[in-house]
Design a protein around this ligand. Structure first.
Ligand code: B12
Ligand code: SF4
Length: 508
């Protein structure tokens, strides 16, 4: 069977920009490895922008697939649905299935889509291989396809049981390293970085994240957060290096690399001995102490991405289910700075029940952390998440709001205009507060901070106007960066590398 993956890998804001490189996708690479092991051939249509129908159909024909599998995240669902419709118009003989986060969380919606014949719920490696084998030998497996909902010719849907998740990740072959064009991935913009993932799932249940619901797909889900054994994970990294010795760094996409300390410490010992490359990973503040920070730095960790999300402890605990003290976050951020690790902090704006004053607290907490980079995303209520439920219960979800509107909630106490103002003022305000927090004269500092707070929160501030202006400036800078990365890739890579080095040097 020649199996074609279609991977819509663009953001709404950049769907027409043809010059942005794509992301590695572990799910696709992993299923591909299993399909290839089963004797099938696999190809990938990596969509980094939204194509026109003619171009799309022409490209699909070039791959001449026997079966197609879409991988779908919620925010690209309606584009993927349009593509499935195009396939139904032009190539109705090809069997089309869909998997990934959105099909797993909202299977009813996906199976009802014209052109989609089956939906995979949860992990897909062996489920997909069995489906393809069966289809090749017999016909559509209908009732025999574990983890699949299958639609027959009359539109009736068979909802098959979910296959238990794989408890031993070492039983998985290594992901297919030939499927993606590594040289053309976003991770390669700064340095030769390979994206890898050595685990599945997460221990926590933050209310905005799909993880908690994905876990519930499985009736028995206690051991859902799993890692490859340290030895097996190291062998995977060695395989990546063997294939491309020019790789200078790894980017671990795992939800929390040190989720289990008794896995992490043995792993990192092997990493220091056999891999000896810089790396970046995702962490949580409540998984870091002095020993961990030093171990990370000594083993080559040069940058961590970490969720702050909101600056108010009570709000974080009540609505996001993240129990962490602000003082702890600030102290650890400074500790990481001391040991030479860059901190990239992630935040969300426009959460249900949030207010302008609460976002200001988020900015101020980030300012006190002196993070090296700060990302402020606008909230999106992903299907089945608890925070979506909270949004519904609060009456904040207006059905007339398009899923492509950057501001999803309609809240009386925090209007759309103010949310956008805070989104685009996040960086300018952060810089101002940072300067103030650096003042040594405490009395003068507190006075100036209080004055700035009053200015930001003032009813008379023309937030609509300032927000619109800052958005323009922001988009212009993004545009310039994009042009630079395309037209002068070597220079862009060098400048980005220099920036990271400079940030790292400023810490010591
Ligand atoms: C690594 C990661 C990233 C990486 C890599 C992205 C990628 N496409 O893999 C980066 C940093 C680039 C990223 C960016 C974003 N991400 Co992200 N990311 C993750 C993370 C932490 C792990 C994903 C992963 O690799 N899992 C492991 C693999 C093996 O699992 P998998 O992908 O689910 O694949 C399995 C099944 O789904 C299934 N399957 C998948 N595809 C298919 C296809 C077929 C045909 C079949 C049969 C089965 C199948 O089988 C696979 C193997 O078992 C998850 C959170 C988490 N803890 O899971 C969020 C997550 C996927 N990201 C999310 C989001 C929202 C984003 C962004 C949109 C954020 C933003 N606003 O910029 C961007 C989108 C970028 C993009 N173009 O895709 C959401 C998606 C929610 C949703 N409902 O769609 C998640 C779930 C986090 C959350 N907020 O809840 N992300
Ligand atoms: S810690 Fe990260 S991956 Fe885990 S549930 Fe929270 S947001 Fe999701």
């Amino acid at each position: 069977m020649n199996y074609l993956f279609i991977y819509p890998d663009f953001l709404d804001a950049t769907k027409h920009v043809k010059t942005i490189p794509g992301n590695y996708n572990e799910g696709i690479a992993s299923i591909s490895a299993v399909l290839k092991q089963g004797g099938h051939s696999v190809c990938l249509y990596h969509l980094t922008y939204l194509p026109e129908k003619d171009e799309f159909i022409r490209k699909v024909k070039e791959f001449s697939p026997g079966m197609i599998g879409f991988t779908i995240r919620t925010s690209v669902f309606d584009y993927a649905a349009a593509m499935a419709g195009w396939l139904d118009d032009e190539l109705p003989e090809i069997y089309v299935m869909a998997g990934g986060y959105h099909p797993s969380l909202a299977p009813e919606e996906v199976i009802a889509t014209r052109g989609i014949d089956a939906v995979c719920i949860g992990e897909g490696e062996f489920a997909c291989r069995d489906f393809v084998d069966y289809y090749e030998k017999n016909a559509c497996p209908d009732k025999a396809a574990q983890s699949f909902w299958v639609k027959d010719a009359d539109g009736a849907v068979f909802r098959n049981p979910i296959r238990p998740f794989l408890t031993d990740l070492d039983a998985l072959p290594f992901p297919d390293l030939d499927l993606f064009d590594y040289t053309n991935l976003k991770s390669n913009l700064t340095q030769n970085t390979a994206e890898v993932i050595v685990s599945r799932g997460c221990l926590y249940s933050c209310t905005y994240c799909a993880n908690a619901q994905l876990r519930k797909i499985y009736p028995e889900h206690r051991a859902y957060a799993r890692f490859r054994s340290p030895e097996n994970a190291i062998q995977l990294l060695e395989r990546v290096l063997e294939r491309d010795p020019s790789i200078t760094a790894f980017s671990f996409n795992d939800a929390i690399l040190n989720m289990y300390a008794d896995w992490f410490y043995p792993f990192i010992e092997l990493y220091k001995q056999r891999i000896r490359r810089k790396y970046t990973c995702n962490l949580r503040f409540d998984h870091i102490d002095e020993k961990m920070a030093r171990t990370l730095a000594e083993s080559g960790c040069y940058l961590i991405t970490i969720g702050v999300e909101n600056g108010n402890e009570e709000f974080r605990k009540k609505y996001l289910r993240r129990v962490m003290k602000n003082e702890h976050i600030v102290t650890l951020s400074h500790l990481l700075k001391k040991v030479g690790i860059l901190v990239y902090a992630y935040n969300i704006i426009g959460l249900p029940h949030e207010t302008l004053a609460l976002t200001l607290e988020t900015i101020k907490l980030n300012a006190r952390m002196y993070a090296d980079n700060v990302v402020a995303s606008l909230f999106f209520p992903y299907p089945t998440t608890e925070l979506r439920k909270i949004s519904e219960e609060g009456g904040f979800l207006d059905p007339s709001v398009s899923m492509h509107d950057p501001v999803q909630l309609r809240m009386k106490n925090y209007p759309r205009r103010d949310i956008l103002y805070m989104r685009y003022s996040f960086m300018p305000l952060l810089k101002k507060y940072r300067k103030l927090y650096a003042m040594t004269d405490e009395a003068a500092r507190d006075k100036k901070i209080a004055r700035l707070d009053r200015r930001v929160l003032s009813k008379h501030r023309p937030r609509g106007l300032i927000g619109a202006w800052r958005k323009r400036t922001h988009l212009f800078v993004v545009f310039l960066k994009r042009i630079a990365s395309k037209k002068l890739p070597a220079l862009y890579k060098k400048l980005r590398g220099m920036r990271i080095k400079k940030q790292a040097a400023s810490k010591t």
